[in-house]
Ligand binder design. Structure first.
Ligand code: ZN
Ligand code: ZN
Ligand code: ZN
Length: 624
C-alpha cells in the first residue's frame, strides 16, 4: 500500500504532469463555458414561436442558464400568485403589470417587462410539470404600500360554468382583507362575469338571475367569505368552534385575542393603507373603534354563522342546492338566517346519534342504551324575544314555543296533554321549596337529555310554564323518537318493550314528573310505544336524592336499586355544566342564533366525546 502511494505522489509532483493537468482543466472549463454561452445566446423567442423542438426539461435547462435557477423558480411562484383569469387590458394587460411588480419584488433578476412576458409565456405553455409544483410565495412583503403587491382573491373559474364562454372582468380589482393565522393580509379581489348569460362569479360563490350559490365542493376553496370585503382562512377559523367547545370563548373574546397576538402585523397592515381609501366595512357604525386590519366581534360572528350554516347544508346534502337570496322563495332558498331556521326545525324533531364504542358502553348501564340523564332546567339563556313567542296561542299558525320544541304536531293531536298539569293528590314531596327554588325554575331554560357516556342526545328550549308538563312532554317525545325506528327495523313488540325497559332515566325532579296525572295514562303513541314511560326505569340521582323529603322518593326512585353502584352520573352532570357555561356566550344573540349556536356546539362536543371514547380517554369536562 505505502509503496503505491509514494509512487503516485511522486508522479503528481512531476512538473510536466502538473502543467498538463492544469491546462487540461482550463481547457475543459473553457469548453463548458463555451457551451453555456452558446446556450445563453439562444434566442428565447425561437421557443415561443416553436422554431426549436425541445422538451420541458430542455427548455428549463435553457431558461436556467439564461436567467438563473432562482429567477425561474420565482417566476413560477409569481405566475401562480397572480391569477390567470385576470383578463382586463387597460394600456397594458393588467396581469402583465401585476406579474412584473411581484417578480421585481422578489429581487432575483433584472428582467424587462417584455422578457418577463416571454419567459412567462414559455413556462405557462410549455412547462406543465414544473408549473404544477405547489410551493407558494412566502417571502413576498404583502404589507408594502405598493398597490400591486397584494394577495389576489379570484374566482376558481375562468370560463362560464353554464355556457363555457371565457369570462371577462367588468371592474378593476377591489380591496379586501384576508385574516390569516399570521395576521391580516391586504387583498385585491377579482370578480368575473359571463357576457352571454350574465352570471357573475365571485370568490366563494356565483350569482345568476335566481340567486347566489356555493361553488361545488370539489373546487376546494380555501376561504370563508364573511362579507364582500372580508375573508377568513379556514385554518384560522377552526380555532373558533374548538375554543368555544373547550373554553367557552365568545366572538368578541376571540377577536380581541387575535388582535393582541397579531398586533405588529395589524400595524403594518394599517400603514400599508396610508393613502388608500377605507373599506366599506371599516365605516360601519358597529365597528367604531376597530382599526384597519383589526378583527371585530362582528366578523367572527358572521364567519361562524356562514361557515357553520355551510357545514350544516353540507351534512344535509344541500350545500350546492341552497340559493341565497334576500327574500325567501321556495324551500331551499333565503339568507343564512333562513338556513339556521331550517336547520333548527330539523333539529327539533331529531336526536343526536353517536357511534357508540366499547369505552362509551362501559359508562352506560346496559348494552341496549346508555343511561340518559335529564338536565336541571336552570339554563336561562333564552332572551326576552322568546317571551313574546311563548305568549302567542299554542295552536295557531304563528310560531310559538312548540314550533321550536318540535312538539307542534303532537300538541295539535293531543291538546289534553298540556291541559292536565295536575299531580297526584298524595304527592307530598316538597323538594320545590326553599333554597332549591332556583334550581327548579322551569321557565325559560334549555332542557338536555344526556347519555351516560356524556353524549347530548336531545335538547329543547323550555318556555314559560310553571309545571313539569313541558319536561314530561319533551321526555316522552324523546323516548318515542329514540325507539320508533325499531319497528321499521323489524323488531317485535316484545323486543321493543325490552329495549325500552333497559333505559334508566335519572332526573333530580323525577317525583314531580312521574307524579303528573297525565303520566299515569298510556302515551298517545302507537303500540307498544304507548307503554314507553311505564317501561323505563326512573331514578333520582344520588347527588340530589337527599334533598327529597318524601320517604317515598327514597324508596321509589332510589338509584341504588336500579343502577350498579360503580356507575355515576358525573359525566351527565358535567355535560350540563359544560352547556350552562355557554349561556354567557349565547345571551346576547337573537334566539334563532342561540339555538343554532347551541346545536353546532353540541355537535362539536358530541364529536369530541365520541373520539375520546374511541381512544379510551375520558373527555375533559368542567368540574363545576
Ligand atoms: Zn354564461
Ligand atoms: Zn355511547
Ligand atoms: Zn321527591
Amino acid at each position: 500500500m505505502s509503496n503505491k502511494k509514494k509512487k503516485r505522489t511522486s508522479s503528481m509532483f512531476d512538473f510536466d504532469n502538473v502543467k498538463a493537468s492544469v491546462q487540461e482543466k482550463a481547457c475543459r472549463t473553457h469548453h463548458v463555458r463555451q457551451v453555456l454561452n452558446d446556450l445563453r445566446n439562444v434566442n428565447i423567442n425561437d421557443i415561443v414561436s416553436n422554431d426549436i423542438d425541445l422538451g420541458e426539461d430542455e427548455i428549463l435547462a435553457l431558461m436556467t442558464t439564461k436567467i438563473s435557477i432562482q429567477a425561474v423558480n420565482n417566476l413560477r411562484k409569481t405566475l401562480q400568485h397572480v391569477p390567470a383569469n385576470i383578463t382586463r387590458v387597460t394600456e397594458t394587460p393588467m396581469r402583465s403589470s401585476m406579474i412584473y411588480e411581484v417578480f421585481k419584488s422578489l429581487r432575483s433578476a433584472n428582467l424587462s417587462m417584455e422578457e418577463i412576458e416571454t419567459y412567462s409565456k414559455i413556462l405557462e405553455s410549455r412547462c406543465p410539470v414544473f408549473m404544477s409544483i405547489n410551493d407558494p410565495i412566502t417571502d413576498i412583503d404583502f404589507s408594502s404600500d405598493k398597490d400591486l403587491l397584494v394577495k389576489y382573491l379570484t374566482p376558481p373559474v375562468s370560463v362560464c360554468m353554464r355556457c363555457d364562454k371565457r369570462l371577462s372582468m367588468r371592474n378593476n380589482p377591489s380591496r379586501a382583507v384576508l385574516f390569516t393565522l399570521r395576521g391580516p393580509v391586504r387583498c385585491a379581489k377579482v370578480t368575473l362575469e359571463c357576457r352571454d348569460c350574465s352570471t357573475r362569479y365571485g370568490v366563494c360563490n356565483y350569482t345568476d338571475k335566481c340567486g347566489t350559490r356555493f361553488y361545488p365542493q370539489d373546487f376546494d376553496i380555501d376561504l370563508i367569505e364573511v362579507s364582500n370585503v372580508t375573508y377568513l382562512r379556514p385554518d384560522l377559523y377552526q380555532w373558533m368552534p374548538s375554543l368555544s367547545n373547550h373554553c367557552w370563548v365568545s366572538f368578541s373574546g376571540f377577536a380581541e385575542a387575535y388582535n393582541e397576538i397579531n398586533e405588529n402585523q395589524i400595524k403594518k397592515y394599517a400603514q400599508s393603507l396610508k393613502d388608500a381609501s377605507v373599506l366599506d366595512e371599516d365605516m360601519d357604525d358597529s365597528n367604531k373603534g376597530i382599526l384597519p386590519g383589526e378583527m371585530s366581534a362582528k366578523v367572527v360572528a358572521n364567519a361562524f354563522w356562514k361557515r357553520e350554516a355551510e357545514l350544516e347544508l353540507l351534512s344535509h346534502g344541500l350545500r350546492e342546492t341552497w340559493i341565497f337570496m334576500e327574500k325567501k322563495s321556495g324551500p331551499y332558498t333565503g339568507t343564512t338566517d333562513d338556513i339556521m331556521e331550517y336547520i333548527d326545525k330539523k333539529r327539533s324533531v331529531e336526536q343526536y346519534s353517536h357511534d357508540c364504542s366499547a369505552h362509551c358502553k362501559e359508562k352506560a348501564l346496559s348494552e341496549m342504551s346508555s343511561q340518559p340523564h335529564l338536565s336541571e332546567s336552570s339554563f336561562e339563556a333564552i332572551n326576552s324575544g322568546l317571551d313574546k313567542i311563548s305568549q302567542v296561542s299554542k295552536i295557531g299558525n304563528s310560531p310559538n314555543a312548540s314550533t321550536f320544541q318540535g312538539t307542534s304536531d303532537f300538541l295539535l293531536q293531543n291538546p289534553e296533554f298540556v291541559e292536565n298539569q295536575e299531580v297526584q293528590g298524595d304527592m307530598v314531596c316538597n323538594k320545590d321549596t326553599g333554597g332549591l327554588k332556583t334550581l327548579q325554575c322551569w321557565s325559560r331554560g334549555i332542557f338536555f337529555i344526556v347519555s351516560a357516556g356524556g353524549h347530548i342526545e336531545y335538547w329543547q328550549p323550555l318556555y314559560r310554564s310553571e309545571s313539569p308538563t313541558q319536561a314530561y312532554l319533551i321526555t316522552v317525545l324523546w323516548l318515542y323518537g329514540k325507539f320508533k325506528d325499531l319497528k321499521d327495523a323489524g323488531y317485535s313488540e316484545d323486543e321493543i318493550i325490552q329495549a325500552m325497559s333497559s333505559v334508566v332515566l335519572a332526573y333530580d325532579n323525577m317525583c314531580h314528573l312521574d307524579g303528573l296525572l297525565v303520566s299515569k295514562k298510556n302515551l298517545p303513541f302507537p303500540k307498544p310505544f304507548d307503554q314507553a314511560w311505564k317501561c323505563i326505569g326512573k331514578v333520582i340521582d344520588r347527588l340530589h336524592i337527599r334533598n327529597h323529603v318524601d320517604p317515598k322518593c327514597q324508596l321509589q326512585y332510589n338509584a341504588d336499586d336500579k343502577v350498579p353502584s360503580h356507575f355515576n352520573t358525573m359525566a351527565c352532570e358535567q355535560t350540563f355544566i359544560w352547556a350552562s357555561r355557554l349561556k354567557k356566550v349565547m345571551c346576547a344573540m337573537p334566539h334563532i342564533h342561540q339555538f343554532f349556536f347551541l346545536h353546532r356546539l353540541v355537535k362539536y362536543r358530541n364529536a369530541y366525546t365520541e373520539k375520546c371514547h374511541k381512544q379510551r380517554k375520558t373527555p375533559v369536562l368542567p368540574k363545576k
